[in-house]
Design a protein around this ligand. Structure first.
Ligand code: ADP
Ligand code: UDP
Length: 231
């Protein structure tokens, strides 16, 4: 059991990238200290009422970015929030996988990128999200798993012309995320140990800065009670 847990921790030998990852973790603790983690339902209620009062029409929908490491539970919780609170749920990963399945020209590049655990070029993802928002015509939208890096964030703001209203951050321990990904069983090309290692590094080095950015703008709501009872 102990050996299994140790294996799940996936610590790489010391290297410049693991140093970068630990300094990111340090920065995360530094920048997100004061927020009390919220239960998902309370959070969803909170921004449902915000969507009702501030904005939230199909011309200018209420937008929540939902971020967190791979396997932190974004998709699971978004599905629940969408059905309980009437949000449209746009998963960036699902949009990319549909693009692969459609056999489009970009599909091959997207597939190769996902297999490696890297980030698909911003223009491709933002265009898919923009179209899906237009098609859904919803007044409140959860954008799940995007933006993955600062370049994604900047491209979204440029192309869609908006910032999100809130950013939900699922903060989950790395060993728990690895355990969940290895047990996800959806036949995904990226749920294998090698790609998972890259995805975790990419999350720490490129996605945490996006969370820090929105945190400095007071938009982040952290959820970290992600063990069992919030399912
Ligand atoms: N709170 C939880 N406790 C245990 N397992 C969970 C929990 N939330 C999600 N899972 C499981 O973990 C895996 C990854 O969850 P998912 O929602 O797909 O994560 P993400 O979208 O962040 O990659 C899925 O198999 C899901 O059923
Ligand atoms: O905005 C996005 C969202 C996803 N991805 C790619 O799709 C993969 C799977 O993302 P998803 O959100 O479906 O799953 P997660 O990694 O969060 O479990 C990522 O590792 C990336 O390769 C991407 O490039 N840009």
């Amino acid at each position: 059991m102990w050996r299994r847990r140790r294996a799940l921790l996936l610590r790489s030998p010391p290297s410049s990238s693991s140093t970068a990852a630990s300094s990111c973790q340090h920065r995360r603790r530094h920048l997100l200290p004061s927020e009390e983690p919220l239960a998902v339902n309370r959070l969803a209620r909170l921004f449902t009422s915000q969507a009702g009062s501030d904005c939230g029409n199909s011309q200018k929908p209420f937008i929540a970015f939902v971020l967190g490491g791979p396997g932190s539970g974004k998709g699971t919780q978004c599905t629940k929030i969408a059905s309980d609170f009437g949000f449209a749920h746009l998963s960036a990963g699902d949009l990319l996988r549909h693009e692969i399945a459609s056999g489009s020209e970009k599909g091959e590049l997207i597939l190769d990128t996902i297999k490696e655990g890297r980030i698909v070029p911003s223009e491709i993802t933002v265009e898919l999200i923009r179209k899906a928002m237009e098609t859904s015509n919803a007044n409140k939208v959860l954008i799940d798993g995007f933006p993955r890096c600062e370049e994604n964030r900047i491209a979204f703001e440029r192309i869609v012309g908006r910032e999100p209203d809130v950013v939900v951050f699922f903060d989950c321990p790395e060993d728990e995320m690895v355990k969940r990904l290895l047990g996800r069983n959806q036949g995904r090309v990226d749920d294998n140990i090698e790609t998972i290692k890259t995805r975790l590094k990419v999350f720490e080095s490129l996605n945490i800065p996006v969370i820090d950015y929105y945190s400095s703008r007071g938009k982040v709501r952290k959820v970290n009670k992600c063990h069992g009872h919030c399912r």
